[in-house]
Design a protein around this ligand. Structure first.
Ligand SMILES: [Zn+2]
Ligand SMILES: [Zn+2]
Length: 75
């Protein structure tokens, strides 16, 4: 029985909070912090380029019909 000693230690990437193999953490972090962005709504890591797309396809407000304003009518 061989216990894996420290062959594959992992670091937690402080940007995406994933466990990344230590040997890759530098590379990963550089890539991660540059390209990924945490969605403030669902917490998913989303490519910066697609942040808007992600928002629109995932969190876009449901407002199909005009003139049907049910949102925050507090009077
Ligand atoms: Zn990361
Ligand atoms: Zn999201």
């Amino acid at each position: 029985m061989a216990l894996a000693a420290s062959a594959d230690t992992t670091n937690i990437c402080s940007h995406c909070e994933r466990a990344i193999p230590s040997s890759n953490i530098d590379l990963h972090y550089a890539h991660c912090s540059r390209n990924l962005e945490k969605c403030k709504i669902c917490g998913d890591m989303v490519p910066r380029k697609h942040a808007e797309e992600h928002y629109e396809s995932t969190h876009a407000p449901v407002c199909g019909s005009k003139g049907n304003n049910k949102l925050y009518i507090a009077f």
